[in-house]
Design a protein around this ligand. Structure first.
Ligand code: GDP
Ligand code: IMO
Ligand code: MG
Length: 367
């Protein structure tokens, strides 16, 4: 029986999921997003050209069907912009993209509400991307939302010109029942990869509530957000960086204070793919990773951005509540880096499948 393999972020997002999905999707027939919206920013490189995707799955550069599942919330204006960007670089989006008729629409009012909520919270604000994600999911669960399948009958008002035009633009693409499509494709033996947005630390239940996003970023979100039964779930790939980052507010146990934070931020170019905000940087938090492995049933790990720690004067890891120093390394051939990986593997008791040492697809070393 064909399975759905899954890619999930293990920390607070921006672990490099986009790059890994782009790489893995060469071996899949279908790539599908199941949660979140354009608060996500997944970066891919094609022939040295940087492409940031917010809604379209990261398999779009490859020869596969890309599905935006029912669990996703869609800002039509963002999706239109993204489709146009991809078409401008020669991608045949019309034949490759399918949008669930059950995915919910982010309207201008949701963005206003997001801003209002954050302003009201003052110092306690979440640090939302202000894309209207929370208010859109609130409407979904209050049963007053609007779904993509309703676009043809939606009563647009004249003041929503840009929104209306974007909806009309998107309605020319495939909008259909994607849970039936995915299950049929699986029945025919196609391989499906589910691409998570955000990460366990931002999960609506298992993240650092209330400093979280408004969707399930964990394994249960795949089942609900695509309409595939649990027995169809195959491998569950966890993505983590060799250090941690967090953009937005909320607890961050391994956060670095002092000059080393700036060094890692600069080496890793840690600025948000969606908002451009500086990401807070910290050491790898194994306690958080162990928790993420547990709630998701992670089967193997891809560790990204090991190159960012090349040549730094100190390397630490948070484990069992305390910081441990490990020997720094010069480059990825340095045996000190192998020691770092061995230590992580021994503490997590899990397979580290590959390390990523650069933003390009080919910058991956299988262990
Ligand atoms: P995502 O949200 O998990 O897809 O990650 P983002 O795309 O938001 O952020 C990851 C950033 O790191 C992007 O700018 C990637 O191009 C970059 N990146 C991914 N893997 C590596 C790596 O191994 N080394 C370096 N230096 N950069 C990487
Ligand atoms: P990817 O998929 C990193 C964070 C925001 C904020 C909190 C709530 O690229 O890893 P929201 O806009 O959902 O109301 O924001 O979640 N956040 C992310 N941080 N990567 C992301 O996605 C994120 N999506 C949301 O910064 O703290
Ligand atoms: Mg990102």
């Amino acid at each position: 029986m064909s399975k759905v393999d899954v890619v999930l972020g293990l920390c607070f997002g921006d672990e490099g999921k986009g790059k890994i999905v782009d790489f893995l999707s060469e071996g899949y027939d279908v790539v599908s997003r199941f949660n979140g919206g354009d608060n996500a920013g997944h970066t891919l490189y094609r022939d040295g050209e940087k492409i940031v995707l917010h809604l379209v799955p990261s398999g779009i550069l490859n020869d596969c069907i890309n599905i935006i599942g029912n669990g996703v919330v869609i800002n039509p204006i963002s999706l239109k912009r993204e489709i146009q960007m991809l078409e401008n670089i020669g991608i045949d989006v019309k034949s490759k993209l399918v949008i669930s008729d059950k995915s919910h629409i982010i309207k201008p009012i949701h963005i206003h509400k997001d801003i209002e909520n954050e302003n009201r919270k003052g110092d306690l604000r979440i640090g939302s991307t202000l894309k209207g994600i929370g208010p859109c999911y609130s409407d979904k669960y209050s049963r007053v939302g609007t779904r993509m399948g309703e676009i043809p009958n939606y009563p647009f008002s004249d003041e929503d010109q840009e929104f209306k035009e974007a909806c009309q633009f998107i309605s020319k693409y495939r909008i259909e029942n994607t849970e039936i499509l995915i299950n049929k494709l699986l029945d025919k033996g196609n391989k499906v990869l589910a691409e998570g947005a955000q990460a366990t630390g931002l999960d609506i239940d298992f993240g650092t509530y209330p400093y979280v996003t408004s969707s399930p970023t964990t394994i249960g979100g795949v089942i609900q957000g695509l309409g595939v039964p649990p027995r169809r779930i195959g491998k569950i790939f966890g993505i983590m960086k060799s250090y941690s980052t967090r953009v937005g507010n909320g607890p961050f146990d391994s956060e670095i204070e002092g000059p080393m934070e700036d060094i890692i931020c600069k080496n890793g170019n840690e600025y948000g793919s969606t908002t451009g905000r500086k990401r807070r940087c910290g050491w790898l938090d194994l306690d958080q990773i162990k928790y993420s492995i547990m709630v998701n049933g992670i089967s193997e790990i891809f560790m990204t951005k090991v190159d960012v720690l090349n040549g730094v004067s100190e390397v630490k890891i948070l484990n069992n509540g305390s910081l441990k120093s490990l020997s720094p390394w010069v480059d990825i051939h340095d045996h000190k880096m192998s020691e770092y990986i061995s230590y992580i593997r021994s503490q997590l008791q899990i397979k580290i499948t590959a390390i990523s040492y650069g933003p390009n697809k080919k910058d991956l070393k299988f262990l």
